[in-house]
Design a protein around this ligand. Sequence first.
Ligand SMILES: Cc1cc2nc3c(=O)[nH]c(=O)nc-3n(C[C@H](O)[C@H](O)[C@H](O)COP(=O)(O)OP(=O)(O)OC[C@H]3O[C@@H](n4cnc5c(N)ncnc54)[C@H](O)[C@@H]3O)c2cc1C
Length: 390
Amino acid sequence: MGRRACDHGEAARPEAALPEMLTMDAGAGAGAGAGAEAGDADADVVVVGAGVVGCLVATEVLARAPRRRVVVVDRGLAGGGASRFSAGLHFPRGATPRVRAMAAYSQRWYAGLRQRDPRVPIHPVGMTVISADDAAVREHYLPEARLRPLPGPLPEALPEVRPRPAERGWDGDGAHHADVAALTELLAARLRGRAAFREGSAVTAVRSAPAGVVLTLGTGARLTAGRVVLAPGPWLPWPELLAPLGVRIKKVVALHVERPVTPRDRVTVFHDEDAFLLPLAHRGHWLFSYTSPDWDVTPDALTGGLSADDLDRGRAVLARHAPGFAPYCVSGRVFCDAYSPDRAPIVRPVTADGRVLFAGAAGGSGYRLAPAIAAAAADLLDGLDGKDTI
Ligand SMILES: Cc1cc2nc3c(=O)[nH]c(=O)nc-3n(C[C@H](O)[C@H](O)[C@H](O)COP(=O)(O)OP(=O)(O)OC[C@H]3O[C@@H](n4cnc5c(N)ncnc54)[C@H](O)[C@@H]3O)c2cc1C
């Protein structure tokens, strides 16, 4: 995703005014936590949400302490939320030192994963950045991108792209794209056996009591945990806990361009437009991602596919940059993502006792920053454990 979608730094926030104890639904009942005593919890850590973020949090938590009892709970299937729709583009950039550090960490993490197992659905891709703003490009891209100015703005490998008069191009390194749904399912498969999975199980209530956190599931079951990491993607089901974060949900649209892809094709990032044109070799078509202006959407209402507006807006942007592709742009994918007020990921406690963390709201960059989000969540859990052993 592009600059507005991901490139802002998160300001430090005071941990004041956090609720001590929260109950979401009448079903949880006042005594939901009555049975939670230190030592008899069902799990040391429960991760709520089995998207790419939740699965990486569980992976990281277990990598650091393999004997931790970890449970992953999802209302649907692992990888079935926003991760299912992701274009999965990673590129080495960020607007603030924090996001740049997260992007660099995540890039190294994904490279390591691919090195350990070349079969993971992660595909390196050459990158060309187009912009009229040299200074912004220099500021946003990491050294890992090794940007090289192109002699002319029209790269030979990109005959479809028609740069505008003031624009110039850079070739760069470090980009890849992933089949995020497949990767998330793979992560979940590898976690199974080490972590317990509860799919098809919505968490309807979260209650932090002195002895532990009590989760009520839609199945009627209750889980008690020493710590809980909420990674619900664009669902924000516990307003008492999450409303103070100021997260909003925005539609995310990527159009499919039904043109053939060759192994030489590169991703073109239209930096000033917050858009990119990505060859998806594993699916046999191109993908054009642009910025949708539709805020405050509801994930469960986004079942109708692309609207005429989604298509028209995307095609209009594509026609400005790659007019030859616009007629082949007749379909696509639409869902939504969680955006923090400053567009940078949020990883922080949401209860005063620190036992319940939120991890996410990466604003259209949840795949590319997920390893760093997971590491930050694990750091917080480790810090808590230092003070109060599970
Ligand atoms: C069209 C599109 C294109 C995108 N392209 C890119 C891209 O190129 N690069 C990039 O970095 N990012 C991209 N993104 C963003 C990225 O996909 C998301 O930021 C990322 O997938 C979020 O992962 P997540 O695990 O936080 O959320 P999700 O994948 O949504 O997972 C959250 C999970 O929580 C579960 N859940 C929610 N509520 C509950 C509950 N009450 N109880 C139990 N479980 C619950 C859900 O069922 C879901 O499985 C794109 C997004 C979209 C929609």
